[in-house]
Design a protein around this ligand. Structure first.
Ligand code: ATP
Ligand code: LTN
Length: 338
């Protein structure tokens, strides 16, 4: 009698740019879920260095940040024995599928993307074609691996939707080409805001005092949180419309403690903002300190990091090649004679 085969795990794909040191926003909105999902899914996580070229980078800094990003992902608890971890530029299929998909994506849909509008306003001297076509490369990332789910922060929902639209359009012409992915956006902490301007999301490309980086040491964390913008009514209450600063601090506290914002607010009711800030700072320090210890040890072991990258690139490349061959065949490109 034949052994029953184990049910196939669903595939998860997500990416993060090595455009700086990741922030508490990256961790709360994305990275902590990546860690949690490893057991139940086949996870593939990518440091998307090609995407980072859409904004000018110092070459030396980009190289350093890419390796640090890998070490931080490992420090957060991603396990290369069960999860594929790699750099986007090491798997050429991303750039190749990007080209094909760009011929199936409309200028109109790309020009509606909020991130393009925001980034082109911020980098008005460098509105390059890569910035405009950014979502096409992201769609290639996801579709290459036939991913079912894409865990991201709320700011990336629009990009996953355009990826779905392109996949559906492509499948309409060439049935069975791609799995159509769903975004996975966790309800709590999907958007963490800047500490200085709680109308904007916390971003690693902004000014230092607006975010907490995962490598900020305790004194820096305490100082930044003490200086976070609140309001003048003095009441600890979750109300993002009228109290965005306080609500953002409650979001951070709730996400890291695994409680609801309502419970966190209730536990601090009647206390001042000083107590709220102390509680947030302590919880952040308790979360980051063990991670930083693991990061320091990993950064001291470059051969190990390189081995993880080599293995991840091989594993990713194997999967990516299968999709790419299928796509090339479907659109009518001739196979290379062997
Ligand atoms: P940059 O500021 O350089 O554009 P970023 O930090 O906004 O970068 P990525 O590094 O590409 O963006 O983000 C990786 C993941 O972190 C994405 O899933 C994104 O949705 C999530 N993320 C980024 N910022 C936040 C935030 N402030 N709150 C929640 N999730 C976030
Ligand atoms: N665009 C994302 C990063 C990113 C990504 C991806 C996320 C690139 N490719 C594929 C999920 C899946 C960002 O800016 N946060």
């Amino acid at each position: 009698m034949q052994e029953p085969t184990a049910p196939q795990k669903q595939i998860i794909f997500s990416g993060i740019q090595p455009s700086g040191t990741p922030t508490l926003g990256n961790y709360i909105g994305a990275m902590r879920h990546w860690q949690r999902m490893q057991q139940d899914y086949r996870c593939i996580y990518c440091v998307v260095d090609l995407h980072t070229l859409t904004v000018r980078q110092s070459p030396a800094a980009l190289r350093k940040q890419s390796l640090e990003m890998l070490a931080l992902l490992l420090a957060v608890g991603l396990d290369p024995a069960q999860t594929v971890l790699f750099l986007q530029s090491h798997v050429s299929g991303h750039a190749e599928l990007n080209w094909v998909l760009s011929c199936y994506t409309y200028m109109g849909e790309l020009s509606r993307m909020t991130q393009f509008k925001e980034k082109s306003a911020r980098h008005a001297d460098n509105i390059n074609a890569g910035l405009f076509a950014y979502p096409v490369l992201m769609a290639a990332d996801i579709l290459l691996y036939q991913a079912h789910l894409v865990p991201v922060g709320a700011d990336q929902k629009q990009h996953v939707e355009i990826c779905r639209d392109v996949a559906l359009r492509f499948n309409g012409l060439y049935p069975g080409a791609f799995t159509v992915p769903e975004p996975y956006i966790a309800p709590n902490g999907a958007r963490v805001y800047s500490l200085q301007d709680p109308a904007h999301k916390m971003s690693k490309s902004d000014a230092e005092d607006t975010y907490i980086s995962l490598l900020d040491r305790p004194d820096v964390v305490r100082r930044k949180i003490k200086r976070a913008v609140t309001d003048s009514d003095g009441e600890i209450r979750y109300d993002p419309q009228t109290k965005p600063g306080v609500s953002n601090l409650l979001t951070i506290l709730a996400a890291l403690q695994g409680n609801s914002v309502a419970d966190c607010a209730a536990a601090l009711a009647g206390m001042g903002y000083g107590a709220l800030k102390d509680a947030v700072a302590q919880t952040v320090v308790d979360t980051l300190s063990p991670m930083q210890a693991r990061f320091d040890a990993l950064m001291a072991d470059k051969p190990y990091l390189e081995q993880v990258l080599a293995q991840g690139a091989d594993q990713a490349d194997r999967i990516a090649r299968r999709t790419l061959e299928k796509v090339y065949k479907k659109v009518g490109l001739c196979p290379r004679p062997r």
